[in-house]
Design a protein around this ligand. Structure first.
Ligand SMILES: O=P(O)(O)OC[C@H]1O[C@H](OP(=O)(O)OP(=O)(O)O)[C@H](O)[C@@H]1O
Ligand code: HPA
Length: 184
């Protein structure tokens, strides 16, 4: 779906589909170089990371094993509750594995900070993070992020997997959601 189908729900398109794809190709080259010896297990965080995982994994020039987790800290609102719940756990055993978490967005950083520690505690050899978007000014914790697509402002954004109340995930671009949509 393109932004033109959404009337006045969006204020600004921040990154087009073409920009997102081009940036993912650059990140893929960095990832390939950093994991020359052994490809990492890609861990996607449902549901938002589905688009990033699909596009990043197809850019990578190695066999990309994927696994999925679902964690939730947002519910149906626009603010992180800070309480992370595992809704679906991984199938893979992480012992001795290099793990690359694939995410759509780091906002407060609370979800990923919790998840990184959780995966490290399962005996992974290394845990790195790749995120399409990050809001540096919203971060509440000190979190090292290894691969970042774009840093964006603090506004609530949707598209490319990101939702508001389960809507807008299939928008191709990343755009700022008009405040009237969530204050209605
Ligand atoms: O840095 P934080 O403030 O913790 O926010 C980031 C988290 O919020 C989003 O997930 P959400 O809980 O909305 O679930 P979803 O992926 O199913 O949309 C996103 O995918 C991250 O997991
Ligand atoms: O800006 C956002 N949009 C959608 N989901 C999110 N989860 C954290 N931040 C956001």
């Amino acid at each position: 779906m393109d932004a033109s189908h959404l009337g006045d729900d969006l204020t600004v398109v921040l990154h087009t589909e073409a920009e997102l794809h081009a940036r993912l190709a650059e990140l893929a080259r960095e990832i390939e170089a950093d994991y020359r010896d052994e490809p990492p297990l890609l861990v996607g965080v449902l549901k938002g990371a589905v688009m990033v995982m699909a596009d990043l994994s197809r850019e990578l020039r190695f066999h990309a094993e994927m696994d999925w987790m679902a964690v939730s800290s947002y519910g149906a609102g626009t603010k992180s509750s800070g309480v992370v719940k595992i809704m679906k756990d991984l199938d893979a055993d992480l012992t001795g594995r290099d793990v690359l978490i694939v995410e759509d967005i780091i906002d407060s950083g609370l979800t990923l900070s919790w998840l990184k520690e959780n995966l490290e505690s399962r005996g992974a050899k290394s845990v790195r993070i790749c995120t399409m978007l990050r809001k540096p000014e919203a971060m509440k914790v000190d979190l090292e992020v290894d691969y970042v697509g774009y840093d964006i402002p603090v506004d609530f954004v949707v598209g490319y997997g990101l939702d508001y109340a389960e809507r807008y995930r299939n928008l191709r671009d990343v755009a700022i959601l008009a405040p009237h949509v969530y204050s209605e």
